[in-house]
Design a protein around this ligand. Structure first.
Ligand SMILES: [Zn+2]
Length: 359
């Protein structure tokens, strides 16, 4: 081998080794990123709860649009793939996906829904934030969130969470879409219905015929629909409940800082339902209500239908104190998210429902 050839092969060797080293380093980085993505931070037993592994994914300072909602749920799933799985519960009247995810790995199932009323979209954010906090608690040294052993509860339960049951309504409220032309709208910021002007929480087949609230055509709220169970979003929720044995339902709304848990349509199980609601109230500071008496108020309600269909507890949680609210739930409320939804206390509600022995 000539000198030149020797020098050439030497430099080839050094370039080749540099290449191998670089590829190796890149592979290491890729593996590290990948491991971070697929394995949630598992804290050692000596680590203090709340240390640096705790995530801060959910941005509570602005509303979630339909697009950003899927992104947020996906990021949560990527951080906690052993706890969260994403599904499509079904589709809205406009064909938007009704996003659902499961949280936990237990055999018992329960359903938690938010934003069935469009203007109450801060409940979507609440559910995402609670999900993140419970995941962090699950992987913390103690496994606790407040007084609740989340590690045990999420091994006992799988929560089915629909953060926004009315995605078309959400997009109408955020001005990315419009209701159908025949829908009567007085104040768009107060819009509760789906795209067709059906108030989904008046559309379920429970005492539906007795709803007499004076709203007889598509409107921003209170129209029960031309037939019970007519809205696609209603059907998605009904089918989901009929296909799964949910032990309880939490339907999260806004306005009141209280819980509706029973009605006078049928009262046989009201003592059981009340005890369940009391457990949630004690943990979250919500006020417990008396059973709803008028069919115009309980007729067509999701949680009312759930209770009477399955003889299991279904409650409506109204986040936020009524005095806090000028408009039902504007974008400005996100600047003060924690106090608006009384997060420190209200975030215990779902854990309390799982832990309740009165089901
Ligand atoms: Zn509502």
């Amino acid at each position: 081998m000539s000198d030149k050839a020797f020098r050439l092969s030497l430099s080839f060797l050094s370039i080749f080794s540099a290449f191998v080293l670089t590829v190796g380093a890149l592979l290491n980085i890729f593996t590290a990123i990948n491991n971070k993505k697929h394995h949630p931070p598992i804290e050692s037993t000596t680590q203090i709860e709340g240390a640096e592994n705790k995530t801060n994914i959910i941005n509570t300072s602005s509303p979630e649009s339909f697009d950003s909602l899927l992104e947020a749920v996906t990021v949560l799933k990527n951080h906690f793939p052993d706890l969260i799985k994403i599904y499509t519960a079904g589709y809205s009247e406009s064909g938007r996906e009704i996003i659902m995810y499961t949280l936990g790995n237990g055999e018992k199932k329960a359903l938690v829904t938010g934003a069935i009323h469009a203007r109450e979209h801060i409940t979507t954010k609440y559910l995402l934030k609670v999900t993140e906090d419970y995941c962090n608690a699950f992987y913390s040294a103690t496994g606790y969130y407040g007084n609740y052993n989340i590690y045990n509860l999420l091994n006992e339960y799988t929560l089915y969470i629909i953060p926004c049951a009315n995605p078309d309504g959400l997009e109408i409220i955020l001005s990315n879409d419009s209701p159908e032309k025949n829908v009567r709208v007085s104040e768009l910021s107060e819009y509760k219905a789906n795209k067709n002007g059906v108030d989904l929480n008046r559309n379920f087949p429970i005492a539906w015929n007795y709803i007499d609230n004076g709203v007889t055509s598509p409107a921003d709220y209170y129209f029960k629909g031309y037939e019970s169970g007519s809205a696609k979003e209603t059907q998605v929720l009904m089918n989901l409940c009929l296909e799964n044995e949910f032990l309880f339902l939490l339907s999260v709304h806004i306005k009141g800082n209280l819980i509706f848990w029973g009605d006078t349509y049928k009262t046989d199980n009201n003592a059981i339902y009340k005890a369940f609601a009391e457990d949630i109230c004690n943990a979250s500071g919500f006020l417990i209500m008396e059973p709803t008496k008028k069919a115009k108020d309980y007729g067509g309600g999701f949680e009312n239908w759930f209770r009477h269909q399955f003889n299991r507890p279904g409650v409506c949680i109204e986040l936020s104190h009524i005095e806090n609210i000028v408009k039902p739930c504007g974008s400005e409320n996100y600047s003060d998210f924690n106090s608006f939804v009384n997060y420190e206390k209200s975030s215990n509600a779902i854990a309390a429902a799982m832990a309740s022995t009165n089901k």
